[in-house]
Design a protein around this ligand. Structure first.
Ligand code: TMP
Ligand code: ASP
Length: 236
């Protein structure tokens, strides 16, 4: 498959058109940002880790019946994915209080919820990705009622699969962000990435942070934490 012109550059990835109209190539960068891009940096080797980890997890999810955009890993940083139109919603699932949830509602981090929490934000950098609910999303025509139902159902199923998987390598899945896309026939599938950039991952025994909070909060050893997750998964 041939990489043609770049059609999009995000904060952590680039997307290229290919000679197949139904396929894109995503290319993972080492660039890291936080707080709506106000904090910028580089996490050496992150692109390679996030590419391989995302592909591994997407294949695991496919094996459990969750449709994803994954097609084929081309190289360390490049992956062929199905062409989708991204639904402009950041879908966040939380199992344990942390981050914006703790800040917004004035509670400590580490409270284990009886049931997972789902929230949406509007994927719009200029507006700072504001929190919204499904009625807002429909009013803004970001997705239909049926699409939102499908997204919720898939997101909770992804949570169950990922929670179990990470627990098997002694990691607690605190929270994470997903993005979904529409294929040309209108099917909703999981897109974007699943990595320590987009998940909070805590060591089960020590609660040590093994994710991008080490970068956001200047905790040090960012690369080491990403490598540790790879090692535990058996990819490192
Ligand atoms: P939050 O607590 O900052 O809302 O983050 C919840 C989860 O979503 C956390 O695992 C990090 C992830 N996330 C992203 O992947 N991208 C983002 O832009 C934000 C704000 C969070
Ligand atoms: N990547 C997001 C940004 O740059 C935020 C984050 O992950 O904290 O704003």
């Amino acid at each position: 498959m041939t990489k043609l012109e770049q059609i999009y550059e995000g904060k952590a990835k680039k997307v290229f058109r290919t000679d197949d109209p139904e396929r894109f190539i995503v290319s993972y960068k080492d660039d890291a940002t936080a707080f709506d891009g106000k904090k910028k940096g580089t996490i050496m080797g992150k692109g390679v880790i996030n590419n391989r980890m995302t592909n591994y997890l997407m294949q695991m999810l496919e094996s459990k019946g969750i449709p994803t955009h994954f097609v084929e890993e081309l190289s360390d940083r490049d992956t062929v994915v199905k062409k989708v139109e991204i639904v402009p919603l950041e879908v966040i699932i939380r199992n344990i209080s942390a981050g914006h949830f703790a800040q917004r509602y004035g509670v400590e981090e580490g409270i284990v919820f009886e049931e997972p929490v789902i929230e949406f934000s509007y994927k719009n950098d200029a507006l700072g990705d504001p929190l919204l609910n499904s009625y807002h999303a429909r009013a803004l025509k970001l997705a239909t009622k049926e699409e939102i139902e499908t997204i919720k159902d898939l997101a909770f199923r992804v949570n169950e699969a990922l929670k179990e998987f990470f627990l098997s390598v002694n990691i607690r899945l605190v929270d994470f962000k997903l993005e979904f896309g529409r294929t040309s026939d209108g099917t909703i599938i999981l897109a974007d990435e699943i990595s320590p950039d987009t998940c909070r991952l805590w060591d089960k025994d020590t609660d040590e942070k093994l994710d991008k909070d080490r970068f956001r909060r200047d905790l040090g050893n960012v690369e080491g934490a990403y490598q540790e997750v790879m090692r535990r998964i058996g990819l490192g």
